[in-house]
Ligand binder design. Sequence first.
Ligand SMILES: Nc1nc(=O)c2c([nH]1)NC[C@@H]1CN(c3ccc(C(=O)N[C@@H](CCC(=O)O)C(=O)O)cc3)CN21
Ligand SMILES: CC(C)C(=O)C(=O)O
Ligand SMILES: [Mg+2]
Length: 283
Amino acid sequence: MSAQPASTPANRPVTVSAVRAAKGATPLVCLTAYTTPMAQALDEACDLLLVGDSLGMVIYGLPSTIPVTLDMMIAHGAAAVRGAKHALVVVDLPFGSYQESPAQAFRSASRILAETGCGAVKLEGGAVMAETIAFLTQRGVPVLAHIGLQPQSVNALGGYSARGKLSPEAETILADARAVTDAGAFAVVVEGVVAPLAARITSTIRVPTIGIGASAECDGQILVTDDMMGVTFGHVPKFVRRYADLGARMKAAAADYAADVRARRFPGAEHLYAAPKPTAADA
Ligand SMILES: Nc1nc(=O)c2c([nH]1)NC[C@@H]1CN(c3ccc(C(=O)N[C@@H](CCC(=O)O)C(=O)O)cc3)CN21
Ligand SMILES: CC(C)C(=O)C(=O)O
Ligand SMILES: [Mg+2]
């Protein structure tokens, strides 16, 4: 049986409370899922499935997560929820759907919860988002926070480089971790920070840290599934470990199919619909 957060049997749905209670216990296993079959494949092994706005880059070929819309997140969120029986499904609030005000964030988050059936939303931002996180959590929307490297701020930051390497920025990120926790986030994704800072954040806050490019010091780990399965072509971030090379398998399968079709080896006799037996009327 795969490791589960404290008090969650493998066959039971993982709740927000179970994730919060997993602080310091067996590390939380988290991956992204954008579709029903992917959620079905990952559900048993994972505690949490994230419908990340990374889907814009990973499956729509967009240059960043900025153009991802609320409607895209809702369509994929609903699809992932249909495939998950066990893991907690969390859906990213996309850029522009929550930064304006706590009220705008609540309107977007309530649509996500109502139209997908997911258990929680995630939003990027530290201390600046504390008021919004408090507004949502006080009104029944569980929030997973996301600090450190924030891909939705790529235009302001000018890239996806690691955060908190120097002391002033590290202190700001630690303050962000405290602020989102005090505001009521049930866990915090910590992205792209150096290991000593991830360790300090993890030992400081009372909810789990879920790291991506943030070391094994965190209370859990998350990766973009397509990255770890080898389905993302082109540059892969340094923090990714490849657990499969499905991209190469897909290319090979397409090449095998192409060769069979061109040589008329496919379809074979076993793929043909049976013709009706000739009757007297056919004679
Ligand atoms: N496929 C994919 N995987 C991700 O992890 C991911 C996305 N897309 N899209 C949304 C964000 C963007 N993220 C990214 C994207 C690129 C790097 C990256 O390539 N970083 C460089 C270091 C860059 C530097 O230090 O200047 C690396 O080689 O790791 C990191 C995180 C994480 N998220
Ligand atoms: C990489 C994870 C944390 C994310 O936010 C996403 O997939 O969009
Ligand atoms: Mg995201």
